[in-house]
Design a protein around this ligand. Structure first.
Ligand SMILES: O=C(O)CCC(=O)C(=O)O
Ligand SMILES: [Fe+2]
Length: 207
């Protein structure tokens, strides 16, 4: 693997190879006012950088996160048991907007805060057993633009999408079965980014 393994020519290669990931990208889904309301709200979120165990050693994750959700929607994510905190006002409004516009039945949202381009997320699939079968995951970006990389598990197909503030990316079922995604480091990026992934969990899975 080269140092730039996650870099592909974004514009030209974008969704030209087969297979194509089952995604919908809506640029500028949130207007400026909606973005500002969410970013202001996010300043008060109880974010943390929990430690996770990788090959027996504990490391703080390279980003901050918090999980909001309905009662009974606790989440075991990266080996961490995360109890759902009550929905903040604007995150909840956004959940209802997604439900209205795309019939998305989410009952929880994972918020990730990338302080700058050093913060990142490694390649993974959001395929935890408590994710409701057949459900889509909706991802909203706020703040700095970052590359979002998709790679197919059984072929060389890879795509890079530059996600910008206000964009909505829907990862349709069963994308997580066949694809991994990541948010690589981008050391030139000095500004913070927030990402909200709205998910539908089976209620009381961990009860
Ligand atoms: O920040 C992003 O765009 C990706 C977040 C993500 O993949 C996740 O929270 O599982
Ligand atoms: Fe993910």
């Amino acid at each position: 693997m080269s140092k730039h393994d996650d870099d592909i020519t974004p514009q030209k290669a974008l969704l030209t190879l087969e297979p194509k990931p089952p995604i919908t990208l809506i640029r500028g889904y949130l207007n400026n006012e909606q973005q500002v309301a969410l970013i202001n709200e996010a300043q008060a979120y109880p974010l943390s950088r929990p430690e996770i165990q990788v090959f027996g050693k504990f490391h703080a994750i390279p980003r901050q996160q918090v999980w909001f959700g309905d009662l009974g929607c606790d989440y075991l994510y990266s080996g961490l048991f995360i109890r759902a905190l009550p929905w903040p006002k604007y995150a909840n409004k956004l959940r209802h907007k997604l439900a209205k516009d795309f019939s998305l039945g989410s009952n929880g949202v994972l918020v990730n805060h990338y302080v700058d381009g050093k913060d990142c997320m490694g390649a993974h699939s959001d395929d935890e057993p408590e994710i409701a079968k057949g459900s889509d995951i909706a991802s909203i970006t706020l703040g700095a633009s970052r590359d979002f990389v998709l790679k197919h598990k059984h072929s060389p197909a890879r795509y890079s999408i530059n996600l910008q503030s206000g964009d909505l990316l829907i990862m349709h079922w069963p994308m997580q079965k066949d694809w991994q995604h990541s948010l690589p480091k981008r050391l030139k990026v000095k500004d913070p980014r927030w990402n909200y992934t709205f998910r539908q969990l089976m209620v009381n899975f961990h009860a």
